[in-house]
Design a protein around this ligand. Structure first.
Ligand code: FES
Length: 190
């Protein structure tokens, strides 16, 4: 048998080393991709509660009965209660914030205003004796209809954040509770 014939027999027996190398690389790539799919799916499920918690920011929540909001033109504070998600655990309903409801007459739905200061997020109080909303952190103040007092010198860059209100079943006040970015003039949901 001559040298060429030996070489041909040898290639046929052990295979082309380059072909083997490419086959190995291809199997690693395909195997990695196949392994990646369940890994990504697992991560999505793993972090899902966090995403769900964020999306709860804009959902309507029952805040009070209409009867509980006096039609006296003054803001009244009500807690906002919802189920809380902390990482992967679900907790029983508990306060997640507060809103002010204000009715000017029995015939109209209340105005709802977030109790979160648009400046840096402190809790705003309504001072009935001064007929003003006030923020204790940097002394921003707003009129009862949530408009800034002296906007040119007010630390808050905007009026208080009004929230959507819906009356359900004739006597339930539902508010789309939502937080907005602080420190900017534009009202942008978080
Ligand atoms: S956080 Fe309210 S005025 Fe600064």
């Amino acid at each position: 048998m001559n040298q060429d014939a030996k070489s041909h027999d040898s290639d046929a027996g052990s295979g082309d080393p380059r072909r083997g190398f490419f086959a190995q690389v291809a199997s690693i790539v395909v195997g990695g991709f196949v392994g990646l799919v369940p890994l990504v799916s697992g991560l999505v499920v793993f972090f899902d509660p966090l995403g769900r918690r964020r999306s709860q920011g804009g959902k309507p929540l029952r805040v009070a009965s209409l009867d509980a909001v006096p039609a006296d033109g003054l803001p009244h504070r009500f807690p906002v209660i919802d189920t809380r998600w902390d990482k992967w655990s679900k907790y029983p309903p508990q306060p997640i914030g507060a809103v002010y409801l204000r009715r000017q007459s029995e015939d109209e739905p209340p105005q709802a205003v977030s109790a979160v200061c648009p400046h840096l997020g402190c809790a705003v109080d309504f001072k009935a004796d001064q007929a003003l909303y006030q923020c204790p952190c940097h002394n921003s103040s707003w009129t009862p209809d949530a408009v800034r007092v002296r906007p040119e010198s007010c630390p808050s860059p905007r009026d208080l954040d009004e929230l959507e209100v819906e009356i359900r079943n004739d006597n339930e006040v539902w508010v789309r509770y939502q937080r907005f970015r602080s420190g900017i003039a534009k009202k942008i949901p978080e």
